[in-house]
Design a protein around this ligand. Structure first.
Ligand SMILES: [Zn+2]
Length: 256
């Protein structure tokens, strides 16, 4: 970053192997982020602070008091007001160099051009209707997708390449997992952990820092603080992928 922004990122530029080229890449990237709640809000903050040039934030709805156990971009003064507008305003105060576009809406095909002009799509929504639509729009635009989700004390993040490798429907071929609908119980710190994991993945992808192009899923278990990580592959039975050419080697096993 130029000027005051350089000092902001000086600590991450001291990381072993982190070069000016990694930082320059970050500062040329645009990210489409669906969700600015407990998970997505953390992602948005760390991407902006890391130097990402532009964020397109998409989230429908107004702030309610029960949101405030986890949604770190929100404030009591914003109760009853648009969450995504508050997120954009807060990031604008924290990182003025980051360009933020706020859209108070659900994920829809009307947002296709914004997805197509982004370098990465991040899913931090809570319902699988929007998640699966985002997966399909990412496939249409040939954009990689980072999936981030939590349920109870468990969190999941995954790097996916809809249309090229594994997509979200490959991972959840039966449709929505049997997770509780909106209003499920949430420990704010679990949301924050999942958001941080997704942000690490996104910053490494966007900068190219120690990045290996491979679809992977990491599951975080909050009860014993353990993680497990494994490679993903396209599911031969996936409705979305069955007509796509697979550029991955054939020996990988399908996801169960
Ligand atoms: Zn698929």
């Amino acid at each position: 970053m130029i000027g005051s922004g350089f000092l902001r990122v000086s600590r991450q530029m001291g990381l072993p192997g982190w070069t000016p080229a990694h930082q320059e890449r970050l500062e040329s990237r645009r990210v489409f982020l669906a969700g600015v709640g407990g998970v997505g809000g953390i992602v948005a903050q760390y991407l902006a602070m890391g130097g990402v040039r532009e964020l397109v934030l998409v989230h429908e709805g107004k702030l309610e008091l029960p949101d405030l156990n986890r949604q770190t971009l929100m404030e009591v003064s914003g109760l009853g007001k648009s969450r995504v507008a508050q997120a954009a305003s807060r990031i604008g105060r924290q990182v003025p160099e980051c360009q933020v576009t706020a859209i108070d809406a659900r994920v829809s095909p009307a947002l296709s051009s914004l997805i197509a002009s982004s370098d990465l799509v991040i899913d931090a929504r809570t319902n699988f209707e929007e998640r699966f639509l985002l997966n399909r729009l990412a496939k249409l635009a040939s954009k990689p997708l980072i999936f981030s989700a939590m349920h109870g004390m468990e969190g999941i993040v995954a790097y996916l390449r809809p249309g090229k490798g594994a997509c979200l429907e490959c991972v959840f071929p039966e449709g929505d997992p049997e997770w509780d609908p909106l209003g499920f119980s949430v420990l704010g710190a679990i949301s924050g952990t999942v958001g941080s994991l997704a942000a690490v993945l996104a910053l490494r992808f966007l900068s190219g820092y120690d990045w290996e192009e491979e679809e992977r899923m990491t599951v975080f278990e909050g009860m014993d603080l353990s993680t497990r990580s494994f490679a993903l592959a396209r599911n031969k039975g996936c409705c979305l992928c069955k007509d796509s050419q697979d550029e991955r080697p054939a020996q990988r096993e399908d996801v169960e």
